[in-house]
Design a protein around this ligand. Structure first.
Ligand code: IPD
Ligand code: CA
Ligand code: CA
Ligand code: CA
Length: 289
């Protein structure tokens, strides 16, 4: 083990502490008017996104002043030569939060190289008058838990018996259009395709077997890092949408309950290869130092 190797259990405990702090900030904001600014015409950010990120990063900096940190709102900080990169989505599902639609989360994951090794997601569900949270936790080599109890992916083995989920980013480019086609194709053959609007939660839902597969183009490391390890340690298989080995810096992701992986890839891989042939840039988003 390298000199700065940290025990996985310790990393997870810090991820949980940091996510809980972010969730406290979100919880306090639930019944207050939203203060919104715009990153793009329909790409929102609220004061709560920023306050949650500050709360999460303060915990991480206190425990690991020498680790690298990547937050959606503030970018990279800390020591970028570190073995560990913390990927923080202080509020995943901002649009849902802005409308009080019950699907948003705080997501804190830690990546070694380009592989997520520990993560915690606090999901807000239930909605006005009935808010509840669920906490998903995982590190490599240990079964994923939800509120402390082990969870497992589903055993559905045919797309025609499956419930699927996907997402669409704010950038309405060729990959977005290609995914509209996939949405149509899978809506025709699966029992349903959902579009919840919070990537971290989609991966948690896969981990507990309430959806059977999830894919999306152009996610960022903070959307995926925690959710990936949560899904994998519950039995999920994760690759790029054209079937290559996954890293959090990739720009396409297919995560399934494992049994569905070959059948799902048969649909997503040709579409993704066609995008690559057309010169659409799906190269890794951020190359770690
Ligand atoms: C977004 C959500 C959404 C996904 C987008 C993300 P944000 O994150 O995870 O489900 O489709 O690609 O950008 O902006 O709400 O944190
Ligand atoms: Ca955002
Ligand atoms: Ca996000
Ligand atoms: Ca976010």
């Amino acid at each position: 083990a390298s000199a700065d190797a940290v025990a996985l259990g310790e990393l997870l405990a810090v991820a949980e502490e940091a996510a809980a702090k972010g969730a406290e900030v979100v919880r306090e904001a639930l019944d207050k008017p939203r203060r919104i600014s715009f990153k793009g015409a329909t790409d929102l950010v609220t004061e709560t996104d920023k306050a949650s990120e500050d709360a999460v990063l303060a915990v991480l900096r206190r425990h690991y002043p020498r680790h690298a940190l990547l937050g959606e709102e503030g970018g990279v900080s800390g020591d970028t030569d570190s073995t560990y990169l913390w990927c923080v989505d202080p509020l995943d599902g901002t649009t849902n939060f802005a409308h009080a639609y019950p699907a948003f989360a705080v997501s804190v994951g830690v990546v070694r190289g380009s592989t997520p090794v520990a993560g915690c997601v606090v999901e807000f569900a239930g909605g006005p008058h009935a808010w509840v949270t669920r906490t998903f936790s995982a590190h490599t080599g240990r079964p994923t838990t939800c509120n402390g109890k082990p969870v497992r992916v589903s055993e559905v083995s045919e797309v025609r018996r499956s419930l699927l989920v996907t997402g669409f980013g704010y950038e309405h480019d060729e990959a977005w259009s290609a995914n509209m086609e996939l949405f149509k194709e899978y809506t025709d053959v699966a029992q349903g395709v959902r579009r919840l609007g919070a990537a971290a939660i989609d991966l948690c839902h896969l981990s507990m077997g309430i959806v059977d597969a999830y894919w999306e183009y152009r996610l960022k490391p903070w959307d995926m890092a925690a959710g990936i390890v949560i899904a994998q340690e519950a039995g999920a298989t994760v690759t790029t949408m054209d079937g290559r080995p996954f890293s959090v810096f990739e720009r396409s992701m297919l995560a399934t309950n494992t049994r569905l992986h070959p059948e799902m890839l048969a649909g997503t891989a040709p579409k993704t290869r066609r995008l690559l042939e057309e010169g659409v840039d799906l190269s890794p988003w951020f190359v770690p130092p």
